[in-house]
Design a protein around this ligand. Structure first.
Ligand code: AQP
Length: 332
């Protein structure tokens, strides 16, 4: 059976983007394939994280996975730093990947802005650690949001160069799995930017822990244009904010965006936004209540993560050992 790997950075609280673009799909994949899901704490520290906030966010992301339906008896769930093979293979891939490849990564450019010189070296090298996360398990399916597509493609390049340089057929070529209506959930205040955990204003994102009133307020204040909903989905092509809200509605209700447009053709925002808020609350409230319950017992979350890490290590350690042997490291 194909192996699936994906991860989420504990760089803040989970957003609706993380839920629709990642977690919901992780849960849907579970059962049909071998699934490994990670809280990638080593990635989080590529930008400054207060240690207490990092601990809290790591548990919150784990609770988000579990409360959304991830079952630790069906999937391996752990945090990255507990399996040291990630950092070790990441180093080897730093020596395989080329500086020119990293220079083409659009996420680094977006995150660094004009301040590239002031960023951590880790933020720049992030994609080669991500390649290690995936290839350490010989995973071939990587469910991600649209923003991570380029990094999965780089993972393929790293695997191919490693195999070529060492004349082996060891690392497989993983595929990004990007489908459904919400592969790129946009910022509620600016439809040209994606919704992020670490965006400046809280009003631009829905957090998975937001209460019903906050969710309603954020959708009410979400930027839109004055036009009502069009008759067809094509009518949203030049209306990024409007399209985003329709896409979110579709993803939350498991229908296509075209079906949403048909249902609400000609409706104004005064009608659509409250309907969207009600839908979001009905889907998110049970999850956030369960997350809150779990966060009251952090020791139980830590226990699940430690057990997952044991199972992850059982797969990762032999692959790392073989990699060291291929590279020519003397070991036991
Ligand atoms: N807006 C989004 N729409 C769809 N999918 C998204 N993902 C993130 N934002 C959206 C997907 O969630 C998974 C985990 O992402 P991550 O936490 O590893 O990193 P990120 O993509 O950098 O997420 P954020 O929320 O933007 O975090 P910050 O602000 O800290 O950088 C990935 O599969 C991602 O595609």
């Amino acid at each position: 059976t194909p192996r699936v790997f994906s991860g989420i950075k504990p760089s803040g609280g989970l957003t609706l983007g993380n839920y629709l673009g990642a977690i919901k799909k992780f849960v849907a994949t579970q059962g049909s394939m071998e699934t490994i899901y990670c809280v990638v704490d080593l990635h989080a520290i590529t930008v400054w994280q207060d240690p207490d906030d990092l601990r809290n966010a790591t548990r919150e992301v784990a609770a988000g996975y579990l409360a959304s339906g991830l079952d630790p008896s069906q999937s391996i769930l752990f945090n990255q730093s507990q399996v040291s093979a990630h950092a070790e293979l990441g180093w080897i891939f730093n020596c395989v990947a080329r500086v020119g490849w990293m220079n083409r990564m659009t996420q680094f450019k977006e995150k660094a802005g004009k301040n590239a010189e002031k960023q951590s070296l880790g933020l720049y090298a992030y994609p080669s650690l991500m390649a290690a996360d995936i290839l350490l398990y010989h995973a071939t399916q990587v469910p991600v949001g649209e923003d991570q597509k380029q990094h999965v493609e780089l993972t393929r390049d790293i695997a191919a160069k490693f195999n070529h340089d060492y004349k082996v057929d060891f690392f497989p070529q993983p595929d990004p799995v990007i489908d459904g209506p919400a592969t790129r959930v946009m910022n509620l205040r600016d439809g040209t930017k994606k919704m992020s955990k670490s965006g400046q204003s809280d009003m631009e994102r829905i957090n998975m822990t937001d209460d019903a009133d906050t969710i309603a307020k954020k959708f009410k204040k979400a930027r839109t244009d004055p036009e009502p909903l069009p008759e067809t989905y094509d009518g949203l092509a030049e209306r990024p904010e409007a399209r985003n809200l329709v896409d979110i509605y579709a993803a939350l209700s498991d229908v296509t965006p075209a079906e949403v447009v048909t249902e609400y053709a000609g409706a104004g925002w005064g009608q659509f936004k409250p309907a969207l808020a009600d839908l979001a609350v009905s889907k998110l409230a049970p999850i956030s209540e369960e997350m809150a319950r779990m966060m009251d017992d952090p020791a139980e979350i830590d226990r699940v993560l430690a057990e997952g890490a044991d199972r992850a290590r059982a797969i990762a350690d032999p692959i790392l050992a073989k990699t060291y042997e291929i590279v020519g490291m003397v070991g036991r």
